[in-house]
Structure formats: C-alpha cells, structure tokens
Design a protein around this ligand. Structure first.
Ligand code: NAI
Ligand code: SOE
Length: 391
C-alpha cells in the first residue's frame, strides 16, 4: 500500500464528509494501491476547539490553524480543500506550486477569471487533482450516464433540472459566519447559482454535453439581513433564486431552476432528460431510484409494444449497477457519504492507471463559466454565449 499523507483544510460539513471518505475508501475499494492517511486537520483559528474535537473523532495525527505552513511541508502529499469559496483559489494555487495532489470542493472559484488562474496553475504543475462534484457518483446518476452511453435515450430533446431548498425563508436568518457564509457574496461569490446550480450544471454537461448559450433571471427576496460579523443590517447581494433557459451544443434545450425559498424542499436536486428513444428522471430525495421510460430499442429503433410502455422505477442496488458491487447485497441502500467515497476511489484509481478522473479543473472551469453567465445574463437581461466568458 502506498500512503498518501492528507491535510484536510476546513473541519465543517465537507471536512467531515472528506475525512470519512479518506477513512472508508480502502474498506470498500480494497483493490486500491493508495491508502490515505489523515495527517493534519486544519481550520480557522476561531475554531480551535471544534478543530481539536474533529481531529480526535476522525483520527488525524495533528492539527493546525495555518494552512500556508501546512501546504509548505514536505511530508504532506495531498491538500484537500474544504473551506468557503473565497479561499479555494489561493489554497489551490499554492498547493499546485508546491506539487501537491489536490482535491477541491465546488464551486471551483468566485469567478471564471479566478477559475482560469487556478486551472492554469494546476495544469502547469501537472499535479493529480479532483474537483468534488459528488452527485455524479450517486449510483443512479452514474446509471443515467450509462443508459445514455448505451444509446437508450437517442436524440436528446429536453433537459430539465431543479435544485431547491428552503432554509433561508425566515428574514431572521443572518448572513455570514459558520455555514451562513453562503449568504455573504464576499465569501460565496454568488448565491444559489454557485452553491446549487453549479451541481446541476456539472451533471447536465456530463450527461448532455456543453451548454452553448443561456438566458437567466435571478431574484433577491429578502433585501437586507443582519451580518454576523458587524451585527448590522446589510444589503443581501447574493441571488436567493435563479432560473435559466439553456441551449446545448447538441441542439437540445434545457431549463434550470434553483432557490432556497421552496418551502418543503430540503435538497431537491432533480433532473430529467427526454429523447427520441427514451427518458429518465432522477430525484436526490429518492436517491436509490432512477426512473426510466423505454420507448424504442436503441439498436433497431423498434418501438416497445404500446401496452408495455410506462415509467419504470429502477432500484439501483444490484451488483451490476455502478459502484454497488463494492457495497452490500441487492436491495440494501447506500447513502450521501458514499458519493464522496466513490469519488475518492475513482480519483485514486486514476492515479493508478485507471480512467482519468472527471470533473477535472478544466471542466470545473467550464461550470464556473456557465455560473458566471447566469449572473451576467440576469444582470444584463439578455442571452449570453458561454464563449463570451470562456473563449
Ligand atoms: P463550513 O462552514 O461547514 O466549514 C468551513 C470550514 O472552513 C470551517 O471548518 C472553518 O474553520 C474553515 N475555514 C474558514 N476559513 C479558514 C481559514 N482561513 N483557514 C483554515 N480553515 C478555514 O463549510 P462547508 O459546508 O463545509 O463548505 C466548504 C466548501 O464545500 C464550500 O466551498 C462549499 O461550497 C462546499 N460544499 C460542497 C458540498 C457538496 O455537495 N459537494 C456540500 C457542502 C459544501
Ligand atoms: C447548501 O445548503 C449545500 O450544503 C450546498 O453547499 C451543497 O453543495 C449541496 O450539495 C447541499 O446543500
């Protein structure tokens, strides 16, 4: 086994999912040659106590509140970036220059300009890297990709995505601070566009190819919120909700909607694709299912008998389904945390001669360009070509 000494930077929500993945990946993927070792846990100096607890819980050898000195160490192989969005660029660029293996959370950056700088630094250094768009690794989502590859959707006509939550409806929710930095544009970059639509865009381009142009509208429902750091009411400048129409390079058309004001919705990440031969629908609130509609055989084009057509709920837990042979017996479920384990396993396999890990920083830069196009289109009230932002 080859050890990879990991420094996880950030001990919040993602710090936990990533530490768990590092601990679990060799249990479920014993064929891997690499073995992550939790060497240093890093967090902001204001979270010293939380950091110590986190490090103890997950078994890190050491802690630090100075990520720069950690990146500079020779005895660290991998920098795993799990901090708010405004810190991604500085850490990723420093890690690339130091020749470290890099893992970075989404959204890649605060802007496409910043993403391009990160991409150039990482590509120049040639270091192995992964950007954590984990929902690709839900087995049912990977099955959708497989079904497209088998020609079962045929010519695509429509792509429809939503990513809705409801936790900012109360005007009393402050902006800034732990987790709620997402409401502060200086830290998050954008609102639901970077936080939630980035996932939908990554999945959409993976399944249906590049988006060519789009037209968006964004909304801020609560215009002022108390800022945790100043204690004062301050204008809200992130998008609370965003929706856009998209034209894909392959000629299909799409709609995307995201909000944190969809009462009742917690993590409602859905997508549907309708093609000539078939269709599928996925809903992250029922993650073990992929709905599939079969209209015609992909090889012969022959129609399924009319009385046998209908939506089929595929319970994606058979060992023939993506990733599932690594877990339990058919009919037993895996969950959210396994998307991170699956992603890390794919990444380590890519370092061992397996298929290239996706999304790379190049693809994540495209996703960032589409996010920026959404914000630009809404601001300028016009259609925006993605090539305007990423020639
Ligand atoms: P969080 O607020 O739970 O944790 C942030 C962590 O960053 C804290 O431990 C804090 O101490 C640390 N931090 C802040 N400033 C620091 C500094 N200067 N030096 C060292 N550490 C510092 O945030 P969360 O939810 O874990 O988000 C982190 C990143 O992960 C974000 O980019 C977010 O968009 C992304 N994310 C991705 C998800 C996914 O589905 N792939 C889910 C949730 C978040
Ligand atoms: C926001 O609540 C959030 O945690 C996002 O930051 C994640 O990217 C998403 O997967 C779940 O929701």
């Amino acid at each position: 086994m080859k050890p990879i000494r990991v420094a996880v930077i950030g001990c919040g929500f993602m710090g936990r999912t990533h530490a768990n993945a590092h601990c679990q990946v060799n249990h479920f993927f014993p064929e891997l040659e690499h073995h992550p070792v939790l060497q240093v846990a890093v967090a902001h100096p204001s979270e010293k106590e939380k950091l110590e607890k986190y490090a103890k819980t997950w078994g890190f050898a050491e802690t630090s509140t100075d990520w720069k000195s950690v990146v500079a160490r020779d005895d660290i192989d991998m920098i795993d970036v799990c901090v708010p969005n405004n810190l991604h660029a500085e850490i990723v660029i420093a890690a690339a220059k130091a020749g470290k293996i890099i893992s970075c959370e989404k959204p890649l950056a605060m802007s496409v300009e910043q993403a391009i700088e990160m991409r150039d630094a990482v590509e120049a250094s040639g270091v192995p890297h992964m950007i954590s768009f984990n929902y690709r690794r839900v087995p049912a989502v990977s099955l959708a990709k497989q079904i497209i590859g088998e020609g079962r959707i045929g010519r695509p006509f429509h792509y429809r995505a939503t990513y809705n939550q409801d936790y900012t409806i109360s005007t009393k929710v402050p902006q800034g601070g732990a987790a709620l930095w997402r409401l502060d544009a200086k830290v998050a970059g954008s609102g639901v566009t970077g936080d939630l639509l980035a996932h939908s865009i990554d999945t959409a381009e993976w399944l249906n190819g590049p988006i060519k142009r789009l037209c968006a509208h964004t909304e801020i429902f609560v215009k002022e919120r108390m800022h945790i750091e100043t204690g004062k009411m301050e204008p809200v400048t992130i998008d609370d909700a965003a929706m856009f129409m998209a034209i894909f390079e392959n000629g299909s058309i799409g709609t995307f909607e995201s909000t944190r004001y969809a009462r009742g919705r917690k993590n409602y990440n859905t997508f549907e694709m309708n093609g000539e031969f078939g269709a599928f629908h996925f809903d992250l609130e029922r993650p073990e299912y992929l709905q599939f509609f079969r209209y015609a055989d992909p090889d012969t084009g022959k129609k399924v008998e009319d009385h046998l057509t209908g939506w089929q709920d595929i319970l994606v837990t058979n060992s023939e389904h993506p990733y599932m042979s690594h877990y339990w017996v058919p009919g037993t479920m895996i969950g959210y945390e396994h998307t991170f384990i699956n992603g890390l396993s794919d990444f380590l396999k890519s370092m061992e001669g397996g298929p290239a890990y996706e999304p790379s920083i190049r693809q994540a830069t495209r996703t960032q360009a589409v996010c920026d196009a959404v914000v630009k289109s809404a601001k300028e009230e016009r259609w925006v070509e993605i090539s305007e932002l990423l020639p």
